[in-house]
Design a protein around this ligand. Structure first.
Ligand code: SF4
Length: 525
């Protein structure tokens, strides 16, 4: 087989000129799969050039001009950027491949702009793709393995990609690691709820951590597991046997149910510095229970739990989803304000309810009900648009509540109370910078602007009410501005998409099911 020149682009952001927080942290958001694919491509005998796009690179100059194949990994917010890049690289003669969450959520749309669109990807899928490596136009091939890969390359094998990416992080450097895929829980809005929980090799994990200590002093590991610590004892044994106390720090996303006091003591002993549990809502999710729980009871219980966590772990980010069907009236916002008062050390992260294509089965219900709006992908990052019309709120009422709770959470008073409630220096500093940057004040400003447009711009209001599919100039202009020089490469029609593609596909005879490769190779769609 010919030795191919392969580019891999990991898009961790969607536009240039990141905020202060983005400049500090974007390189730490690098995904693991692009690095894994880089290793597999090299093992197949090809040359690889991997770039993590943090918003500071010139994407038109960053890659070698003579690539044969380029893999682009993108979240949905970077979809339009990835479509423009695919067109740009196709014009230079490359075959283009899309992987990552956007490819899994919107394969019907992505196939129009890429030669290959990947679902679950293992080494067999990559090998098959590279054997073919030809253009597939106008509709790309949709390839996937039947399940997530059973094992991944070692940290030593992907180290050169990790090292090059971390060189872009000016201060805090977080090494991406993963010990499990999928989740045993079934939160109906979550992309991992339908993926079987599967731990990776614990001996490999131990070896990876030992290897890391030969490369960095007192490193910080960012665990990419969807839900860290499901096999808690196995994890801790791997960490303890590799590192010993005090030699490594860790950050992980974990559900509150896994964070009881005995676990917290062990996490503290093993250097866990930050933990990100999901609270989601003060009520059960609408389709899980018809009975509303008493919201205030949950607020007090969770606040006590969070305060207890802060006695062991210096930094905690609590994740909320706003606009869920179980929420109505001002109470959910008021309860969140109460939580901020009762747990002043937590940094709250708010996500607007979003239906990302095929990400979750619940999205079919939203699509059937005609509630999914065709906001361009560029705005689908849980904050810049909410693409599901709320069940129990009008838009002005919803945005008033959103602005109120966000302003309360990032007011000078809340910022000042967060400082003494956090024990150590870096977490104190992180909380202040995040609140004053795009994640706090920047969002208040943005949401306030949208609220004002609801009153003053009829095109915005009509679009958000679902009365028209015509994209308001406010959004079109923003994409033009944020894509900059790359906007000229955005293919015709790529600004908009069918928000009900998942429903339409599910009503047909599985026409967009990917070719599944499992031990043997299957034909082309
Ligand atoms: S939200 Fe968290 S706990 Fe629920 S399915 Fe997703 S990863 Fe698992």
């Amino acid at each position: 087989m010919r030795r191919l020149r392969i580019g891999i682009l990991d898009l961790v952001t969607k536009s240039p000129n990141p905020s202060l927080y983005g400049r500090l942290m974007n390189a730490n958001l690098a995904s693991i799969m692009p690095q894994v694919i880089g290793v597999w491509c090299e093992q197949e005998g090809h040359d690889v050039h991997l770039v993590c796009y943090t918003g500071l690179e010139d994407l038109l100059q960053e890659m070698p001009a003579d690539l044969d194949v380029i893999f682009i990994g993108a979240f949905t917010q970077s979809a339009q950027l990835s479509y423009a890049l695919s067109n740009f690289f196709r014009q230079r003669g490359a075959v283009t491949v899309l992987g990552g969450p956007h490819a899994r959520c919107y394969p019907e749309d992505a196939r129009k702009y890429f030669d290959y669109v990947l679902g679950f990807t293992d080494r067999t899928v990559v090998a098959e793709l590279l054997r073919d490596a030809g253009p597939h136009r106008p509709m790309g091939r949709h390839l996937a393995s039947a399940r997530q890969p059973g094992d991944l390359p070692t940290l030593a094998e992907r180290w050169k990609f990790v090292e090059a990416t971390l060189a872009k992080a000016p201060t805090i450097k977080i090494v991406p690691m993963i010990g499990s895929l999928g989740c045993p829980y079934t939160c109906s809005f979550c992309i991992d709820s339908t993926v079987d929980y599967q731990p990776l090799s614990f001996p490999q994990l131990r070896d990876d951590l030992s290897f890391l200590l030969t490369k960095m002093k007192n490193p910080i590991v960012g665990w990419h597991d969807p839900n860290f610590g499901v096999r808690f004892d196995d994890y801790m044994e791997a960490v303890e046997s590799a590192t010993g106390p005090g030699r490594m720090r860790h950050i992980a996303e974990s559900s509150l149910s896994l964070l009881g006091e005995p676990h917290l003591k062990r996490l503290q002993k093993n250097g866990f510095q930050a933990i990100l549990p999901g609270i989601e809502s003060w009520y059960d999710l609408g389709n899980k229970s018809k009975t509303r729980r008493t919201g205030m009871d949950k607020v007090k219980q969770v606040a006590d739990h969070v305060n207890m966590i802060l006695r062991y772990i210096p930094y905690i980010q609590t994740n909320f989803v706003l606009g869920l069907d179980g929420d109505q009236g001002p109470e959910p916002f008021e309860l969140t304000r109460k939580f901020i008062d009762l747990a002043p050390g937590a940094f709250p992260a708010y996500s607007l309810l979003s239906a990302f294509g095929r990400a979750a089965p619940m999205n079919l219900d939203y699509q059937r009900a005609g509630r999914v709006l065709p906001f361009p992908f560029h705005f689908l990052n849980n904050n810049h648009a909410m693409n599901v019309r709320p069940k129990h709120y009008g838009w002005p009422e919803f945005y008033d509540g959103l602005i109120d709770v966000t302003s309360y959470s990032f007011s000078w008073r809340a910022i000042a109370r967060r400082v003494p409630a956090t024990a150590t220096m870096i977490p104190k500093w992180m909380n202040v910078v995040r609140a004053m940057s795009s994640e706090g004040w920047g969002r208040i400003q943005y949401h306030t602007m949208i609220r004002s447009l609801l009153d003053t711009d009829r095109s915005v209001r009509a679009f958000m009410e679902g009365d028209t599919d015509e994209l308001p100039e406010f959004y079109a202009a923003r994409i033009r501005r944020e894509l900059g020089d790359l906007y000229q490469y955005l293919p015709e029609g790529a600004l908009m998409h069918d928000p009900n593609a998942y429903l339409h596909a599910s009503e047909m005879e599985a026409p967009s099911e990917p070719v599944q490769l499992e031990g043997r190779l299957a034909g082309t769609v």
